[in-house]
Design a protein around this ligand. Structure first.
Ligand SMILES: [Zn+2]
Length: 63
């Protein structure tokens, strides 16, 4: 969220402007981190549900 205030060490321009490859890489990485941070609770719940379903299926098959 605050990455648009960051100044690039390579070109000394705001990273959010994406003037050089370093800027663009940083911007992309931070956007991905934000994306995954926002997804994490939902992803955990989905993974847990899938795990429970898989265990239930396996239990049914072995018994
Ligand atoms: Zn840069």
């Amino acid at each position: 969220m605050t990455y648009d205030r960051l100044v690039c060490a390579n070109c000394a321009a705001p990273v959010s402007e994406g003037r050089c490859p370093v800027c663009r890489a940083n911007r992309e990485r931070m956007q991905q981190e934000n994306f995954f941070a926002g997804l994490t609770p939902t992803t955990l719940i989905v993974l847990l549900a899938v795990l429970v379903a898989a265990v239930a299926l396996l239990a049914h098959q072995t018994v």
